[in-house]
Design a protein around this ligand. Sequence first.
Ligand SMILES: NC(=O)c1ccc[n+]([C@@H]2O[C@H](COP(=O)([O-])OP(=O)(O)OC[C@H]3O[C@@H](n4cnc5c(N)ncnc54)[C@H](O)[C@@H]3O)[C@@H](O)[C@H]2O)c1
Length: 257
Amino acid sequence: MDLAGKNVVYLGGFGGIGQKTCSELLERQLQALAIFDLTLNEEILTTWQSKFPNTKIFYLKVDITQRSDIEAAYKEAVERLGHLDLVVNGMGLMDDRHIDLTIQINLMGVINSCLIALEYMDKSKGGKGGMIVNISSVAGIQPTPLMSVYSAAKHGVTTFTRCLAHPPYFDIMGVAFVTICPGFTETPLLNDLADKITFKFETPMALRKAKRQPPQVCAENFVKVIEKAQNGTAWLLDVGEIKEIEFPVMWIPQLEQ
Ligand SMILES: NC(=O)c1ccc[n+]([C@@H]2O[C@H](COP(=O)([O-])OP(=O)(O)OC[C@H]3O[C@@H](n4cnc5c(N)ncnc54)[C@H](O)[C@@H]3O)[C@@H](O)[C@H]2O)c1
């Protein structure tokens, strides 16, 4: 997608990866950037607004566990912008000691946000089409036992995104779906890991040894991917590298004659 002149919604735009990715997106002469997040980071918002005066930048409060918040925010964003071109579902929580919340934020949040965004973007409903990018994780393509609940939620994100990329859906709705799978990235999400892994008897040693990339590096690669990704593609952004993911076909339906 050529980002110049586009209307973008970024959920979780004040988070570690979100902040850096939004800054990178803003360098592409966007028409507008709407940040949906749980809390406002006024300092970052005003910095962006003064650095990018030609882009309309605003914040709408969204608790992604509340469907009514998501609906209200998309409604207001579309009222203010006319249409949406790109949505990034980039909120997240890694805390396996809070099982329901982990599923609600990482999986239900993505599902609800995508389906509500489609109400405005779907060409068959009067939208202009566009792209929805969902942030999954390496834990969403590979079982990650230290964070089993998070890993399950992120596998859900990967699969849901790939399902919505079904080519006949794309032909009708004109909305491309792309999955992003970052590797370990130095953000607050990984703080206090020992208190957030699935079982108390596990140690975060394996994670301490796993290389982490800076969020700036992840963000630069993320925006490069948004610029070139096709519908249905999934991308690994790990240790500063970009790799397109190829999924094996495990099953195809046997059709009735
Ligand atoms: N940091 C990593 O190692 C890593 C690796 C793979 C994937 N990810 C994914 O990348 C994305 C960004 O994570 P991050 O590392 O920047 O984490 P982060 O903790 O810095 O940011 C998380 C963002 O989600 C928002 N959020 C949390 N709960 C919310 C709620 N109830 N409603 C609305 N927003 C809420 C936060 O406000 C914040 O903006 C997440 O989807 C995360 O799962 C991170």
